[in-house]
Design a protein around this ligand. Structure first.
Ligand SMILES: [Zn+2]
Ligand SMILES: [Zn+2]
Length: 406
């Protein structure tokens, strides 16, 4: 069964989360987005658990609201501030696991993402005792993720490393990057949204497509264990958009290769500021092989963002952007299909200009000038081949994250 899913979101009781993050709205927006399965997020939070129970019907292996299947999930933070994603078989198990985690946490009653006073190894042990699925969240985020804090999975998870089910890439990395580390060879890569609001430019802004034996916890488990089912596609943002993709000066954003940064002892040659190590170079440091991955990773922003870039508006929520979004949604339904599947000829009939942008994103014709040193990447949609070549030449240092050519 072809299934589009997003397992990492947060509920309205978490800090910095929209009050609209409630099950009925999430279900409605997930339908627009074309998601079949959504993680509930925050399920260890008693208030959110109550809300989820009130708003969904529990079926065998999932919770149902309208046409959306919810699976109980939560993110937890360990004693080293590393984040982990846990997927639960059902609500009964959530309540049992709660009793174990609650003994190790001071804030589990109020936080959506509780702090657990234990290391990664212990957390996997508890998760596995309850037959949950587990893996590191947004693995390459500089501050609250495994590779921000440790140099290997083993260093975080000890002997439990073999019980990991997946690795969440996060917005700052893609399969291309993560596949350069051989520890990851047996793990399914997930591209989840970590959404804090339900609108389709947030919910499912990264999502996964798989062929599942069934749309349930069991189906996901079979997929992660390699028994049945197959991950087909990861869809997500271009990691080069991230603020810390390249190594670059924190003050003036001048970019450096890893070799250059080391040579200059992490001191900016332009302004003598500090060079902050980028995610790309963190991966290069940890890498022990060439990139090789067999699941396609599509660099596709959400449709509302593609429309925003094309009409050159400041936000995806302007009237014009929303009007065009609605036109596509009414004609073709689910956004995931519009982004990935529907032919450009068909999309043309709704809006030629937007259809052409979608084509350029699908075919990787976008130029990204990577971010670094706290500065977001810059996306350029070139008019044609000629303009593309000119830009590539003119901006080659910045595009390749170098200070100087060798
Ligand atoms: Zn997190
Ligand atoms: Zn500088």
């Amino acid at each position: 069964m072809r299934t589009d899913f997003d397992l990492h979101i947060h509920g309205k009781h978490s800090g910095g989360v929209s009050p609209k993050m409630e099950i009925p709205t999430i279900a409605e927006e997930a339908q627009k987005k074309g998601l079949d399965i959504v993680g509930t997020g925050d399920i260890l939070n008693p208030k959110w658990l109550r809300h989820v129970k009130e708003e969904t019907d529990e079926k065998e292996g999932y919770l149902e609201k309208d046409d959306i299947k919810f699976i109980p999930t939560t993110e937890v933070e360990d004693k080293d501030r590393i984040h982990h994603l846990i997927v639960f078989p059902d609500l009964k198990t959530v309540e049992k696991a709660y009793r174990d985690f609650q003994k190790l946490s001071d804030d589990i009653r109020r936080e959506g993402r509780p702090r657990i006073k234990a290391d990664g190894e212990k957390i996997v042990e508890i998760a596995k005792k309850h037959n949950c699925l587990i893996g590191p969240c947004h693995a390459f985020t500089p501050y609250t993720a495994i590779y921000g804090r440790k140099d290997s999975l083993k260093e975080c998870y000890g002997d439990q490393v073999e019980n990991l089910d997946f690795l969440e890439l996060g917005l700052s990395a893609d399969s291309q990057m993560a596949s350069k580390i051989s520890d990851h060879d047996d793990l399914v890569f997930l591209s989840n949204s970590d959404a804090h609001s339900p609108w389709p430019h947030r919910l499912g802004r990264e999502f996964n497509r798989a062929e599942l034996s069934e749309e349930s916890f069991e189906g996901l488990k079979n997929l992660f264990e390699g028994k049945e089912g197959e991950i087909k596609l990861n869809v997500g943002l271009d990691p080069r958009e991230g603020k810390y993709h390249c190594s670059a000066c924190n003050s003036c954003h001048q970019k450096y290769s890893l070799e250059e940064a080391k040579e200059f002892e992490w001191r900016c040659q332009e302004c003598s500021g500090t060079i902050k190590k980028g995610v790309k170079d963190r991966v290069n440091e940890l890498s022990d092989k060439e990139e090789d991955y067999n699941v396609e990773y599509l660099h596709l922003p959400p449709l509302a963002k593609i429309i925003q870039y094309t009409v050159d508006h400041a936000s995806p929520t302007t009237k014009t952007v929303q009007k065009k979004y609605k036109a596509f949604n009414e004609e073709f339904g689910a956004e995931a299909d519009i982004l990935v599947d529907i032919s450009i000829e068909e999309l043309d009939e709704v809006d030629k200009e937007i259809a052409e942008s979608i084509r350029k994103f699908r075919e990787d014709e976008i130029i990204m000038i990577p971010g670094g040193g706290g500065d977001y990447g810059e996306r350029i949609i070139p008019e044609d081949e000629k303009e593309k070549e000119n830009i590539l030449e003119e901006k080659s240092l910045a595009i390749n994250c170098n200070y100087r050519e060798y």
